[in-house]
Design a protein around this ligand. Structure first.
Ligand code: GLP
Length: 241
């Protein structure tokens, strides 16, 4: 069944960040021990800044919040400047009162990666699932690192990154050749299990992806399209016209 997504069009990146931060803020205020699904990339940086500001203003506490990140590179040390672990600490965790033991990212350094994938889904189930999941979107429609062609029923798994994704993400590395070839990502089904989802996208580069999502056509060639089947999705987008 195709459900109705909520579309919020914004004029600026900052407005997108504020609207998204407000949804997260209200979630934490409503349920202080919320389980949040978090994302990396340029899209959420402003939202994280806003959450840090609200925390510093005494409006929100992360004391009992748990977080699960969508993905991590395989074979990169978590302390590497380009790892998602480092990104999350620099952009959010270091500046709020979250407990280290409540922070979860897939471990791309695990010796047994298949076991790590299973364990990650199990850890999410153990806290009764994600209350609110944040997503960005890749220009090819990827969510997390689920590239086009990923089965909709996928759980956390190891993926090979496409050339376009590696090129896009090269800005975080000294050289494109250093971008890992594989990543560990929550699967599309792991994402769909979240109770509520917020997807943020801003800028001309995201235009095609947003238009495709709006067209309402559901296909594994465009991973984000599966979100059309989720009962509670808000898309905050702008700068695409
Ligand atoms: C990366 C991440 C995705 C993210 C996407 C878009 O590939 N794995 O989770 O949504 O990039 O990133 P950006 O927000 O920088 O455009």
């Amino acid at each position: 069944m195709i459900r109705k997504m909520k579309w919020i069009e914004v004029n600026t990146y900052d407005e997108m960040s504020e609207v998204a931060a407000k949804i997260f803020l209200e979630q934490i205020q409503k349920k202080p021990n919320s389980v949040l699904g978090l994302a990396t990339g340029g899209s959420p940086v402003g939202m994280y800044k806003e959450l840090v500001a609200r925390h510093q203003a005494g409006q929100v506490s992360f004391k009992d919040v748990q977080t699960f990140n969508l993905d991590e590179y395989v074979g990169l040390k978590r302390t590497s400047p380009a790892s998602y672990w480092t990104f999350m600490h620099n952009n959010l965790f270091n500046d709020v009162n979250i407990k280290q033991e409540n922070i979860h990212l897939p471990n791309g350094e695990a010796e047994d990666l298949a076991a790590e994938c299973k364990a990650y889904d199990a850890r999410i189930d153990a806290v009764e699932g994600i209350d609110l999941q944040l997503l960005g979107i890749g220009v090819n429609g990827h969510i997390g690192f689920n590239e086009p062609g990923t089965p909709f029923d996928s759980m956390t798994n190891i993926v090979e990154l496409t050339t376009s994704t590696r090129t896009e993400n090269a800005i975080y590395f000294d050289d494109e050749a250093e971008v890992p070839t594989h990543a560990i990502t929550m699967g599309i089904q792991s994402i769909m299990k979240a109770k509520e989802i917020v997807l943020i996208a801003f800028g001309e580069k995201k235009l095609a992806a947003i238009q495709k999502l709006k067209s309402g056509h559901i296909t594994e060639d465009f991973p984000a399209s599966q979100l059309l089947k989720h009962p509670n999705v808000t898309i905050i987008y702008g700068g695409t016209n």
